[in-house]
Design a protein around this ligand. Sequence first.
Ligand code: ADP
Ligand code: MG
Length: 681
Amino acid sequence: MDLNLILVRDVRGVGAQKVEELNAMGIFTAADLIEYVPFRYEDYTIRDLVGVKDGDRITIQGKIVGEPVLQRYGGKSRLSCKVMADAFFITAVWFNRHFLKEKLQVQQDILLTGKWDGRRMQLTVSDSEFPGPGATKTGTVQPVYSVAGSLTQKWMRKVIKQALTQYGAMISEVLPASLIRKYGFMSRGKALAIVHLPGDIHEGQKARSRMVYEELFLFQLKLQAYKAVNRRRADGIAQQIELPGVRAFVRSLPFQLTESQKQVIAEILQDLQQPYCMNRLLQGDVGAGKTVVAAVALFATIKAGNQGALMVPTEILAEQHKRSLDKLFEPHGVQIALLTGSSTERQRRDILAALQTGLVDLIVGTHALIQEDIYFRQLGLVVTDEQHRFGVNQRSILRRKGMNPDVLAMTATPIPRTLAITAFGDMDVSTLRELPKGRKPIKTYWVRESMIERVHSFIDKEVAGGRQVYVICPLIEESEKLDVQNAIDVHLQLQQHFPRMRVGLLHGRMSAQEKDAVMQGFKDGIVETLVSTTVIEVGVDVPNASLMVIYDADRFGLSQLHQLRGRVGRGEQQSHCVLIADPKTEVGKERMKAMTETTDGFEIARRDLELRGPGDFFGTKQSGLPEFRLADMMVDFAVMEEARDDAAELVAEQAFWTGVEYAGLRQYLQRQQVFDSDVLD
Ligand code: ADP
Ligand code: MG
């Protein structure tokens, strides 16, 4: 019988009330209960006091050698008594356990568990027992589960033990035999029994690491299978790329492509020609030149007789891309349309009609574009800029309309490898590893707020030299309104400080037309200094800007600061970035230092991950990061990489799709809706 079909109420000792509480924790079946692995252990193995470190939690055996002393203060109490253990006289201390006083008798043996303070020769006791049949914890390793509601640790231990007694023999293996052999794992049944009731810590950890591997392997198997299924399904468009035309287009660009760009373009063109849907992530440091890569891919698609869509996060970016693509595509007769929230109803209708009839080759808009009531004559390629991934539901919206385009997602931030194979394991990744030649690394300084006068003279100097300046205002997490207020204040200050400087203002509460007018002014050099909230964070490209000033820089994530800084250093001249911050914490100072020490986006991403953890790395929404029950991405990254390689190798074997020994895994994937039965033959 399948343990997934046995409900928790069938486990002895689980009543109706408890069923509800377990369900609330996501535990419904006997399998869920047995797979509810402890997050740590408490070790009650008796230890010798010699060699114990300060602050260690230990269990010792001793003899009571002094009368217990009870002190009361406020509503609290402190109970202490002298104990002889391993030939040391120590003090055992209990807090708020005054009722124990009666039980402590001189000459009695006692088992004590608690935190050791070597300087005072004192043990702060959390658990104590008297030797004999009543001593149930001492000498054991106890699992610690995360519990909620009225469920106690003790009850959880008992019930899981009971579930193992009733159903332990029915636990079946899920890992392929080859992998069990490869890593010398114990069987699943044994691992689960031990993980809950280990003989010692070492054994428990060993069992646990098998379960961690299993969790990550199943996760990676899903991604790798999804990818493999997409290829087998082969219902995409095999685009007929016309290489000479693409080469001519590349030659017409105003600069030479970097080797990295050429390499990445080759990968993409290769994919476009395949009968499956491309699902590719393009990552590269800020300023590495992702846009032109997208332009070449779009051009190739259009010349192959298909249409393209380019989606970006903001209207400002949409306008910018439209303009630069117009310049590149103009001589080649490509028809581009821009569709944003500020298009009139009339324009909208015309554009949609033109897309449907094929009069328009390329549509540029915000990410919401795809949700529109939009139909293409033949959509070949969707490019999303500055978005981590193209949502599964976006793809299914297109699928429902009968479109199966290739997809290229371009990320704003370089992503450390562990995160990349976790959040984007189902995608192919292309990486731009170099910046265009002639770029000078941006010089970055961290200054205190008290040095604002010097920052002002810096701004003055750059503008006097014909350059332009960005000033980014503090980020207030709670409120966009406060962000806007900050920008307005700083704008006013600067304008007063430099009455003759043309200072522009940009924030999220302005209308699209207003924003566009200011941005255009900055591009044309009419606006010399642009004060802005983080609406310009991504993508904006004004090569003449050479100074980036960021107020309250410690409020931003490292990757975000790197993005902001990447707005300068796009031209020939030396560019600078000034971070104004008075961080209160060590981590805050570390982060500012990191920014001044490196301009390498991959290095910054690595440090950002280290300092903030994977959850915060991407910010909130589009993270695509799963929550693991057992695995900790910061600790288990090496396992994640192994699991990925193993899963990829497995799905590449024909036997995986047909062999009986893999039927269980295939069923698992089907339950996870990785594929419909139609792809299994
Ligand atoms: P990002 O990767 O951050 O999106 P962009 O695509 O905005 O970068 O490119 C940054 C700047 O570099 C743009 O001004 C672009 O025209 C320029 N650029 C891109 N590729 C090259 C190249 N191979 N040589 C010189 N300049 C380039
Ligand atoms: Mg870009």
